[in-house]
Design a protein around this ligand. Structure first.
Ligand code: GLU
Length: 473
């Protein structure tokens, strides 16, 4: 049997971290068994389905490299097929038309609830003999068995049994002729030869209904695995305010796909104590049995740790390419500045995200408008003016722009001005980068280049002069 899994999101919102984990598990399981992975968009809920959400699904999967072998199928493009099966089911007696109005159903529901009973359809139309006129509105219901049980062996949770008497005669076609979610899923899984259904635990209650429909069609029953929830750092369900609600927020925050994949896989799956997994390793190791039954808790601290690990351990040229794309999205024109790989080498172990690195590198490519506010009174003072002027002169005369020569110029100035080297370094840091944090200042000067370095020294001298005038006034 060739393994075939699917990811079947409803496009009613952004792709969130829970859905992505389900997609990842399905994708890995297919890859592990040399099977196929199908993408199916479950868009029959016209009111809630949005084109933007479909785009968000494609974008998220592509960003993380979860490529699909078949699809995307759209359920709205398969309506004819669903209709065809419903007709067959009506003919074979596995389904029936129900003429009960929504009001009548609501009345019954209310009555059952007030009698302390579980609300369910009473089955009035199940054995209806009356022939109604063609204009009378109806839904189509599945004739669920009224006795016995439905049992399935969940790959994560073990044996799960439901009593058929607990299950309603499910509506499979609404009165507007559109088939319902549970029915479309069944027909799709059947037509697409899905062997393993890996999905969220919120679908456990749908599974016995879907199995009964499959049985009525004499179809094979896939293997099911229901994955637990992911909770936020406070142990609650994610809300719209959490980043996890939209996977692309992690892109915006500067996370690498490798880090996110590694993080998500470990949220609920383990292989001994191993924390770091390459994708090719996961393709060999992943199995459904090692997925945890209980809910997992999200930890930003751990995700940041993994991200820093990947920034520092993936090939430099690859991370530089990701950084370049990130910076271009932030409208930083990297053509007008130093080589990104050299910068990355200098900066990569200082930060956790591409966003932070990108922010810290901006000054290489663009003029900054303001100096770090805290530095004004401490470094950009009259005493610094003459030091900067002397360094400026030395640098102007310098014909070999190397880290060693630049470092010597700074050292000599420290001796000459009788100022500690670290103080001169800080002064230059503020002047050249606009803020008080950066790696080694001679390397910064080297990468910034002669022209920009001189320009910024001059800019600082002008700033000091102006400030002095203002102070005297
Ligand atoms: N469309 C369903 C959802 O987004 C998933 C259905 C399934 O996986 O069977 O929750």
């Amino acid at each position: 049997m060739k393994v075939k899994t699917r990811f079947a999101p409803s496009p009613t919102g952004n792709l969130h971290i829970g859905s992505i984990r389900t997609a990842l598990y399905s994708w890995l399981f297919a890859r592990r068994h040399n099977g196929k992975f199908v993408l199916r968009i479950e868009d029959t809920d016209f009111e809630r389905s949005k084109a933007l959400s479909v785009q968000s699904i494609f974008q998220g999967l592509k960003w993380l490299g979860l490529n699909w072998d078949e699809g995307p199928y759209f359920q709205t493009e398969r309506l004819e097929r669903y209709k065809e099966v419903i007709e067959i089911m009506l003919k074979t007696g596995n389904a029936y038309k129900c003429y009960c109005s929504p009001n009548k159903i609501e009345e019954e529901r209310f009555k059952q609830l007030s009698e302390g009973k579980k609300p369910r359809y009473t089955g009035v139309c199940r054995n209806l003999q009356t022939k109604y006129g063609i204009n009378k509105k109806y839904t189509v219901r599945f004739k669920n068995p009224t006795f016995g049980t439905v049992t399935f062996e969940d790959k994560i949770r073990g044996k799960i049994t439901f009593n058929n008497i607990e299950l309603d005669d499910l509506i499979i076609q609404r009165s507007n002729g559109i088939p319902t979610y549970n029915f479309c899923v069944v027909i799709d899984d059947l037509d697409m030869n899905i062997t393993h259904v890996i999905r969220g635990e919120d679908h456990i209650n749908n599974t016995p209904r879907q199995i009964n429909i499959l049985k009525s069609l004499k179809a094979n029953i896939p293997i099911y695995a229901h994955v637990s929830m992911i909770l936020n750092e406070n142990g609650k369900k994610f809300s719209k305010r959490d980043d996890a609600e939209n996977i692309m927020n992690y892109y915006k925050k500067g996370f690498l796909p490798e880090a996110l994949i590694n993080y998500i896989i470990r949220l609920g799956w383990s292989y001994g104590n191993q924390e770091i997994f390459t994708l090719s390793e996961l393709k060999k190791l992943f199995n459904l049995n090692a997925i945890n039954k209980s809910a997992s808790a999200f930890s930003m601290k751990k995700l940041l740790w993994l991200n820093k690990y990947y920034i520092n351990n993936l090939p430099l040229d690859y991370v530089a390419k990701l950084l370049k794309d990130y910076m271009e999205n932030e409208t930083i024109n990297i053509e007008k500045g130093p080589n990104l790989e050299c910068l990355l080498n200098l900066y990569k172990n200082r930060y956790h995200t591409l966003k932070d690195i990108s922010c810290s590198l901006r000054f290489f490519y663009e003029e900054f408008k303001f100096f770090d506010i805290k530095s004004d009174n401490k470094y950009l003072i009259l005493k610094s003016f003459s030091i900067l002027k002397e360094i400026y002169k030395k640098l102007q005369q310098c014909s070999f722009w190397t880290i060693e020569i630049l470092s010597k110029i700074i050292n000599n100035q420290s001796i000459k001005s009788n100022i500690e080297l670290k103080e001169i370094n800080m002064l230059l840091r503020v002047v050249l980068t606009g803020n008080m944090h950066s790696p080694n200042i001679s390397s910064i000067m080297f990468l910034l280049g002669k022209e920009k370095t001189l320009f910024r020294l001059k800019k600082a001298m002008i700033f000091i002069e102006k400030n002095q005038v203002n102070m005297k006034c």
